[in-house]
Structure formats: C-alpha cells, structure tokens
Design a protein around this ligand. Structure first.
Ligand SMILES: [Zn+2]
Length: 78
C-alpha cells in the first residue's frame, strides 16, 4: 500500500458539480480520484462524445472504483 500523502497529484477528496456534492451512485462514496482525460478526435467519435470538445474529466470512486465522467472540471470540495 502506497503512502497517499506522498502523492499530491493523485489526491483523494470530495468534489462539487453544479453546486451539488458528487456522490458515487454505486456505493454512495464521496471521495474520488480526479483525472483529466484528453481525448483525440477519433476516440471522441468512437465513444460518440464529440460534445466533450476533446477534454473530459473523470472522478474515480476511491471506494469501489466506479468512474464518473464530466464535461466540465469538477470543483474540489471538502
Ligand atoms: Zn463507489
């Protein structure tokens, strides 16, 4: 097990989107790994996500690892 405090680029915290705290729909967890995903045009087309404008933000639940996708950057909270 790695020491989480030594990994500032992979921090686990809560996030807020549209004024609401992000909650995992699977396990109800509120702690996530934040990651910005750059998508090339081919990948975006493949996933039918052209509206994402080549950038997406993912929050990976720290409890169950479910991945939530957002087109805008979630705001770190709590
Ligand atoms: Zn979860």
């Amino acid at each position: 097990m790695k020491n989480a405090t030594a990994l500032p680029s992979d921090q686990i915290t809560g996030y807020v989107v549209a004024g609401k705290p992000v909650t995992c729909p699977h396990c109800g967890g509120v702690r996530f790994h934040d990651r910005k995903t750059l998508m090339n045009t081919r990948g975006a087309t493949f996933f039918n996500l052209d509206w994402l404008n080549r950038a997406a933000f993912t929050l990976t639940c720290s409890t169950c690892s479910r991945i939530e996708w957002f087109g805008r950057e979630p705001t770190p909270g709590q």
